[in-house]
Design a binder for this molecule. Sequence first.
Ligand code: ATP
Length: 366
Amino acid sequence: KKKIGVMTSGGDAPGMNPAVRAVVRAGIFLGCDVFAVYEGYEGLVQGGDLLKKMEWGDVRSFLSLGGTNIGTARCAAFRERAGRLVAAHNMILNGIDALIVCGGDGSLTGADLFRSEWPSLIEELVSTGKLTKEEVAPYKHLTIVGLVGSIDNDMSSTDATIGAYSSLERITEMVDYIDATATSHSRAFVVEVMGRHCGWLGLMSGIATGADFIFIPERPPKAGEWQQELKDVCSRHRAKGRRKTTVIVAEGAIDSELNPISSEEVKNVLVELGLDTRITTLGHVQRGGTAVAYDRMLATLQGVDAVRAVLESTPDIPSPMIGVLENKIVRKPLVEAVKLTKSVADAIESKDFDKAMALRDSSFEE
Ligand code: ATP
């Protein structure tokens, strides 16, 4: 009987609970035992109560719950080989040799590293007398399948990450609230949204709310010139009768010289224009709440496919990441997707913004 571990790791995202539910139930349906690994990689390193065999009823009502009930954490120990050795030991003690990880690029990188190291970890467990040859014999390979849970929609090779549309919905709702008061008082609002290297939330919420101006890392405005451009655009809109001004700033916003653009700076420019300006940093409300229908559906379809991918895996197939491209659930090589994601950040850092945009676009192609 296949024993699969499922965990959520890194920053939480709405839809992680539905993903865990799908893995648990699809796993049971397909004849596997499914273990919840609590607190991300910490659960593997500590073992014991943090590894729990799940029954059908254990994930009841998970579909409509925000956050992740099995917990998530940043685990320093797992970054070290010694931590991963303990993790491998705990997995074998519980008979687990397949992991479905729902997390961001860091979590998925860690998972693939674990898989590549697995044979040597097993060897070490035997050579140091922790386990016998007979005990490790059934666990020659570790199967890893990635599910991308992230509000940022920052992973290449998938159109949407689990949680991104829920976060976008929340931001849109909040900006609508702000707009009501902005229009009443004829104010300007600078709204800061999440997104470090990826401006998807900023761009899409800007489109969805009809913002006057949007700052995202992939399309930085010219250093020293954006201030005047911002003033020109906002005054033009005001001159046409608009009573409010909304500017969206992604947390990773920069100018063409890579200087960070803060909400404070943007506010100061609007104040110079004579606008009564306030800053709203949305912060963690962007992560909260229940997942929108799209994320529940995505998490469910991908969770089911993740279990199938485990059952169909062979040692020669690279670890897959479950994505969605043009509305189809797809499997992509996890390592390639992470590499492509990193190359966008690298292009931004080397000020090659056209390349960054091209890479973002190319990542959405089959
Ligand atoms: P988010 O996008 O929300 O930040 P993430 O998955 O990228 O999510 P990280 O903090 O980078 O979040 O990673 C989560 C955990 O995964 C780490 O605390 C660590 O335990 C493990 N991890 C990340 N990178 C590695 C790595 N290179 N090697 C081993 N483990 C890693």
